[in-house]
Design a protein around this ligand. Structure first.
Ligand SMILES: Nc1ncnc2c1ncn2[C@@H]1O[C@H](COP(=O)(O)OP(=O)(O)OP(=O)(O)O)[C@@H](O)[C@H]1O
Ligand SMILES: [Mg+2]
Length: 254
């Protein structure tokens, strides 16, 4: 069920303590995470936790009311779980990335680094002019970012009926190129990690994205295979992944 987010329609809450709000949020959050959330409140990033919007493979995603230091009404909080962290899955996207010259096997270290990595990737995406959520802050395993949506959160590309599929594909590929030009490859790009707001695609879920990685070409090809297959299958297009790859990797003319 899609929940409406309009502040007007949301019932007012009497209980204002963070722990009570967390019960409302229907998630299970440990004390360490509560401390981190309260720091984000002190910094003015969030003012109140609203509810859980998604339980992903690696994180619980919440909507919060924004605090005074952030534009817009809402903030998305991605809370990375420690218990589901698989070091060997993650190490593929850390080892080789220039930001991780050495890896530790401590699970808390890995989760915090992963969260910091998603924040850093979102920052690079913003600087490159890519359609992606603005990152606001991170603290340990908690990442705060721009809410992509209007009255309700934006749907994944998979579940949206596009009126303008050619235009959406063009924007996605242009954004992949912008990322590539600053050395970043998303590495998990698919119809599930793209949200569509007002007919415009926004990439999300940048935790695994790599910077100047020796396997960048392989990851880029895989991302473009996913995107071309999706549009060919769902919108009757005949896009060749190799053509997208050549476009993305072409150097600008001197
Ligand atoms: N900035 C955002 N604005 C609106 N909704 C968001 C945002 N970020 C995440 N979501 C919602 O939360 C879901 C899960 O987010 P994300 O893909 O980043 O987490 P994940 O743990 O990697 O999930 P999964 O395992 O499903 O890939 C998204 O599919 C989307 O519905
Ligand atoms: Mg995802």
């Amino acid at each position: 069920m899609v929940r409406m987010l309009s502040k007007r329609k949301r019932p007012s809450r009497e209980v204002e303590t963070l722990k009570e709000q967390l019960k409302v949020a229907e998630g299970t959050i440990d004390d360490r995470t509560i401390m981190r959330l309260s720091k984000l409140m002190t910094k003015g990033v969030i003012s109140k936790l609203d509810f859980l919007i998604a339980k992903g493979k690696e994180a619980d995603v919440y909507v919060a009311d924004s605090g005074p230091s952030v534009d817009g009404d809402f903030v998305v909080l991605k809370v990375f779980r420690v218990e589901t962290t698989n070091f060997f899955n993650r190490s593929d996207y850390m080892a080789g990335d220039e930001r991780f010259p050495a890896l530790k096997k401590n699970i808390y270290w890995i989760v915090n680094q992963w969260c910091k990595k998603e924040y850093g990737n979102l920052k690079l995406a913003q600087e490159a002019g890519v359609h992606a959520p603005k990152p606001y802050a991170f603290n340990g395993n908690v990442l705060a970012m721009e809410f992509i949506g209007n009255d309700t959160y934006a749907k994944q590309l998979k579940f949206e009926k596009l009126q303008n599929p050619e235009e959406v594909l063009k924007t996605i590929v242009a954004d992949v190129k912008k990322l590539y030009s600053v050395g970043v490859v998303h590495c998990d790009l698919s119809e599930y990690n793209i949200l569509v707001k007002d007919g415009v695609p926004y990439m999300i879920d940048f935790g695994q994205a790599v910077l100047h990685h020796p396997r960048s070409e392989f990851f880029l090809k895989r991302d473009l295979d996913n995107i071309s297959s999706f549009f060919n299958k769902n919108y009757g297009m005949s896009v060749k992944s190799d053509d997208l790859y050549n476009f993305v990797t072409a150097q600008p003319q001197a």
